[in-house]
Design a protein around this ligand. Structure first.
Ligand code: SF4
Ligand code: SF4
Length: 290
């Protein structure tokens, strides 16, 4: 089972829920758990789980390199590039590697065979364990803009042993852009974390539209900092038939534990049953779907 913990906006408590869920499932339920931090631009689950990293590998993709001696400046490569990542000016061909999606069209279409594809490092993957919790995350290389290929490779490589029954938890990037779509694809359940404010409601609507309406995933909501704000999120969830699985109260002790880099479910064990009920609801939703 793969549960993606997502949110329409940053700072709602996505990592708080993802790491707490991993802790509770692993320790209280005894379930093998793999936590994958897909927020490759700003991963932070490791700050709370403190995994021991056992293996790393780089993520590359292939970008064009032009041989000026063979190039006739015909312009074909720029015409076929759908991403404006290559331009032909009067004296040379310019490649904007940070915009290249490595589709290979330019190299295939070059009539002179002047383009070869060379590897460019996009980021790094790290794999390890935090106690009995399997752990993986990706780190986008500084200056790189393409998070999606790093997430795709992270998901491909962070797989449980064949035949083992593992609950995988993806800590998704914030927002609703391509990197979130890449994370949510092929998941079994989307757990959407929000806060009871107009901003939280606005972004929750977008997250439901993406996860449930566009990708067809069963969704449930966790309201973080419950007690602040207004009733807009509750009203929307009731209207849109989105189950609210848990309400994490606005408790300064949670914020304090988080700011200290402590796993809140360890620091405040009274919240463990709340996350257990979230996990049970996600598992039930999957059974109903099957
Ligand atoms: S398609 Fe090939 S020959 Fe034409 S401009 Fe591009 S690199 Fe040069
Ligand atoms: S590989 Fe694809 S995206 Fe990259 S420059 Fe060539 S045509 Fe554009």
């Amino acid at each position: 089972m793969v549960i993606a913990v997502a949110s329409g906006k940053g700072g709602t408590g996505k990592t708080l829920v993802a790491t707490g869920l991993a802790d509770v499932l692993s320790e209280d339920v005894g379930a093998p758990v793999l936590l994958v931090d897909c927020d490759v631009e700003e991963p932070n689950a490791h700050l709370f789980l403190r995994p021991e990293i056992e293996r790393t590998e780089d993520v590359h993709h292939l970008v064009p390199q032009v041989d000026a001696d063979l190039c006739t400046l015909c312009g074909r490569c720029a015409q076929v590039c759908a991403f404006n990542a290559i331009a032909v000016v009067p004296t040379k061909v310019l490649v904007f590697a940070e915009m290249c999606h490595a589709c290979g069209s330019c190299a295939r279409q070059c009539p002179e065979g002047a383009i070869t594809e060379v590897p460019l490092t996009l980021g790094r993957l790290e794999f390890g364990h935090a106690g009995s919790i399997g752990f993986a995350h990706g780190l986008l290389e500084v200056g790189q803009a393409l998070a999606t290929p790093v997430i795709r490779e992270l998901k491909r490589k962070a797989q449980p042993e064949p035949g083992s029954v593992v609950t995988t938890i993806y800590d998704a990037p914030p927002g609703n852009a391509c990197s979130v779509v890449e994370t949510l694809q092929d998941c079994d359940y989307a757990l959407l974390v929000t806060e009871p404010t107009p901003f939280g409601l606005h972004d929750l609507r977008l997250a439901v539209e993406l996860a449930r309406d566009a990708l067809g995933l069963p969704v449930g909501v966790v309201i973080n900092r419950d007690g602040l704000g207004d009733a807009g999120v509750e009203d929307y969830c009731a209207e849109a038939s989105v189950p609210v699985l848990a309400r994490i109260p606005f408790d300064r002790r949670i914020a304090h534990a988080y700011s200290e880099g402590q796993l809140w479910t360890q620091a405040l064990p009274e919240y463990r049953p709340l996350l257990r009920s979230v996990a049970d609801a996600a598992l039930r939703a999957r059974e109903v779907r099957q």
